[in-house]
Design a protein around this ligand. Structure first.
Ligand code: GDP
Ligand code: MG
Length: 162
């Protein structure tokens, strides 16, 4: 079967933008308003001659507590269904309580997890990405989903574990 890469994280960190970057098409819905992506949607992707599925996640909860729970639940789902997981964090905002809730779940994952520090649009933001080592998921891969900065290296790393 074709392996699946799950993309998880709290709303507005750029998951759908990254999914579009990975698939090379604008199919995942990107919004300035959090919560527009339907629960889980899969798209076909190709990188270096390898075919795989990318699963975007979304969902929305009215309150902070509900949001933490739903993001943690998405992470749990990904651990049992995907072959590799990207946890996407907004490097400019830094790690929030919701990011930490997702990281706590994913630290015990047997499925490989790669931490993505998104919105690193230029080198000035690189230091913000490094701060995300605190999530305990190894080296944060700095990328800009909108500009494509770092996404090729990220995909090379993904294929190495997928
Ligand atoms: P999602 O809710 O995690 O799927 O996030 P979206 O992909 O819908 O993006 C949320 C917002 O962040 C949109 O306004 C995007 O244009 C913006 N965004 C996504 N990636 C980047 C990035 O690399 N740099 C910057 N500056 N903005 C980004
Ligand atoms: Mg989305």
């Amino acid at each position: 079967a074709v392996p699946t890469l799950a993309v998880v994280g709290r709303p507005n960190v750029g998951k759908s933008t990254l999914v579009n970057r990975i698939i090379g098409r604008r199919e995942a819905v990107v919004e300035d308003v959090p919560g527009v992506t339907r629960d889980r949607v899969s798209y076909e992707a190709n990188w270096s001659g390898r075919r795989f599925m990318v699963q975007d996640t979304g969902g929305w909860e009215p309150d902070a507590k509900g949001l933490q729970q739903s993001v943690a639940r998405q992470a749990e789902q990904a651990m049992s269904t995907a072959d590799a997981i990207l946890l996407v964090v907004d490097a400019v905002v830094g790690a929030t309580a919701t990011d930490e809730a997702a990281a706590r779940v994913l630290r015990r994952s047997k499925t490989p997890v790669i931490l993505v520090a998104n919105k690193v649009d230029d080198e000035r933001t690189e230091s913000e990405a490094a701060a995300l080592w605190s999530l305990g998921l190894g080296e944060p891969r700095a990328v800009s989903a909108t500009h494509g900065r770092g996404t090729g290296d990220l995909l090379d790393d993904v294929l190495a574990v997928l």
